[in-house]
Design a protein around this ligand. Structure first.
Ligand code: F6R
Length: 612
């Protein structure tokens, strides 16, 4: 939620900050703004996308070698020009950009109003910059001291950068529970919510930790202290990502590129973990915690959205193969419902971004209660990855489209590897079955490539149903979470109402919705309950629903009763979700494009949900 970028050095700041904002637009696109320092502090901000800001600022004074910028996902206050960041202090000396929420802003605001502060916006952020201004004036302290003092008074999450008219060679940055990366160039510094605005300038970065403040001065070494003023030695790390990975590479949308990247991203998730010659699986994090996993009473997955759907697949996989009880929890519910946890529980957070506030909080709660915590994240160095005792990166590469695609299949790949590792260690799988599954897993990237060849057919089907008002997705067993995921993909990018259901559950209510206007996507591959799914589809047919079947190659029974079938290659049902989800991703993509929706940046959403 919200992207922040800042620059200080010898180059013009505005083009760097603007480009950075475009890269971070996936984090929110309700408004955008910059603050630049020439002789004056110049702030330009506009509601809407970064391109609105770009048009607005075109003829303004953009001269400055220091600047801060923000792209907003609105929490406090409507998405208009006034509430756009940067916000400035009452005396026009300071400006701030902020990602996060100041929870006690109301109490602080009332206090500041009593002291004569006048606020322009409805945001929590403006309160923070006025508080800093107040502390500078009242205590006669430096900017960095005032920032530290103010952060001691603040409750909530923040990644902030402050620019000061009286200190044109300085930026102050700080973080708590919202991500912040500092790039160290040659006599220049970059600050951003993630590394994508930084990567083309330097690979050397510092990930700021919670309650740390960075004092970034032109021509000086960076200084980091905590909010109690304890000196911290900066740890410089090297970025592994490359520039091509964050560009569209000829595709019309990031989402399409990411769908097509799945043969490679699934392969990358397996790399070094599945030996394609011997079929042996080694999943580092699990090896490290072998004793804990072997003695675990339960595994509890915490996640949100698409990652929660992966967790459901993980539940089926681990219970099926490794016979360890698994629970799947919405992180947002888990954190507030006083769950029973013990030292014999392993809590696994699944998160593409590694920054989802609810997932992080659920994990912290589990840690407090003594459980072992594990992370399955995509973004290297993210907050969840750093908070966990052990974990596995999915290595899917940057996912920029707001709707998650390759992250989902990468998470499931890791979960398959985890289930196989645990099953082998527990002795709950035969050698033959293990070999069979590892061989098939190794072949999944090729099979995904084959499914992608159906793109034109899927586009044709999308054309037939693009104007539908509702969609129903049905699946059983391993394909039930895929039905949920298919429905989520469609609603979030095309704004068509869609629901996912276990196929057999349909008769307990949703069947009432079925008529000749209802498209029903039935994920009906040749799994154990295939015949039962066929019967469920018959029930739809009998009520004139329009059936789009996702079936195993060569299927005749479902073809005979469906309006359309999309064939996918046969695989063990344990691995089915990795390929059965692909046509659903493409279907929602094409429908959204045909409905003229903003596929990569759907309304009201953001890629990284760092607020509750
Ligand atoms: C859906 C989607 C969201 C995320 C959810 C969790 O396409 O992207 O539902 O899956 O916000 O995000 P992460 O995985 O980053 O924790």
């Amino acid at each position: 939620m919200c992207g922040i970028v800042a620059y200080i050095g010898h180059q013009q700041a505005y083009p760097i900050v603007l480009k950075g904002l475009k890269r971070l637009e996936y984090r929110g696109y309700d408004s955008a703004g910059v603050a630049l320092l020439d002789t004056d502090l110049n702030i330009y901000k506009k509601a809407g996308k970064v391109s609105n800001l770009e048009n607005f600022a075109e003829d303004k004074n953009l001269n400055s070698t220091v600047g801060i910028g923000h792209t907003r996902w609105a929490t406090h206050g409507a998405p208009n020009d006034v509430n756009a960041h940067p916000h400035k202090s009452g005396n026009d000396r300071l400006a701030i950009i902020h990602n996060g929420i100041i929870e006690n802003y109301d109490a602080l605001k009332k206090e500041l109003i009593k002291r004569g502060h006048i606020f322009e916006s409805d945001t929590d952020t403006e309160v923070l910059i006025h508080l800093i201004e107040e502390i500078i004036a009242k205590d006669n302290v430096s900017l960095e001291e005032a920032v530290r003092y103010s952060l001691n008074e603040v409750i909530g999450a923040y990644a902030i950068v402050i620019i000061d008219k009286e200190n044109p060679n300085k930026l102050i940055a700080a973080r708590n529970s919202s991500p912040l990366v500092i790039g160290i160039g040659k006599e220049e510094f970059f600050v951003a919510s993630d590394a994508t605005p930084i990567i083309e300038f330097t690979k050397n970065v510092i990930y700021l930790d919670d309650e740390q403040v960075a004092i970034i001065e032109r021509g000086q070494e960076i200084k980091i202290v905590d909010i109690a003023n304890k000196q911290i030695t900066p740890m410089i790390q090297e970025l592994e990502m490359n520039l091509e990975a964050i560009e569209k590479g000829g595709y019309e949308h990031f989402m399409l590129k990411e769908i097509y990247e799945q043969p490679q991203s699934i392969r990358a998730s397996m790399l070094g973990r599945l030996n394609s010659v011997t079929g042996e699986v080694t999943l580092g994090g699990v090896e490290e915690f072998e004793a804990k996993f072997m003695n675990a009473d339960r595994i509890i997955f915490v996640a949100c959205g698409t990652s929660w759907h992966s967790a459901l697949v993980g539940e089926y996989m681990i219970e099926d193969l490794a016979r360890i009880p698994v629970e799947v929890e919405y992180a947002s519910e888990f954190r507030y419902r006083n769950p029973i946890l013990s030292e014999k529980d392993i809590v696994i957070a699944i998160s593409q971004s590694g920054e989802t506030a609810d997932t992080l909080a659920a994990l912290e709660l589990a840690k407090e209660k003594g459980a072992t915590i594990y992370g399955i994240c995509n973004v290297v160095g993210s907050s969840i990855a750093r908070a966990t005792d052990a974990g596995s990166y999915t290595h899917a590469g940057p996912e920029i489209g707001v709707a998650s695609t390759k992250a989902f299949t990468a998470q499931i790949t890791i979960l398959a590897l985890m289930a196989l590792t645990l099953a082998q260690k527990k002795g709950s799988i035969t050698k033959t079955r293990y070999q069979e599954l590892t061989n098939q897993l190794n072949d999944i990237p090729r099979l995904v490539g084959k499914v992608l060849e159906s793109n034109e057919q899927i586009k044709y089907i999308a054309e037939q149903y693009k104007d539908a008002a509702n969609f129903l997705y049905l699946g059983r067993g391993y394909n039930f979470p895929v039905a949920l995921e298919g429905a989520l993909k469609l609603k979030e990018i095309s704004y068509i109402h869609a629901e996912g259901y276990p196929a057999a559950e349909m008769k307990h209510g949703p069947i009432a919705l079925i008529d000749e206007n209802m498209p029903v996507v039935a994920i009906a591959t040749r799994i154990a309950n295939y015949q039962k799914v066929v019967s469920n589809i018959q029930e739809v047919k009998a009520r004139n629903g329009n059936i789009i079947g996702i079936v195993t190659e060569g299927d005749e029974a479902i073809r005979a009763i469906s309006e359309h079938v999309i064939e996918i290659p046969a695989t063990d049902e344990f691995l089915d979700p990795l390929i059965s989800v692909i046509p659903l991703q493409l279907l929602s993509y094409h429908i959204a494009v045909m409905r003229d929706c903003n596929v990569d940046q759907p309304r009201n959403l953001a890629k990284s949900v760092t607020v509750e």
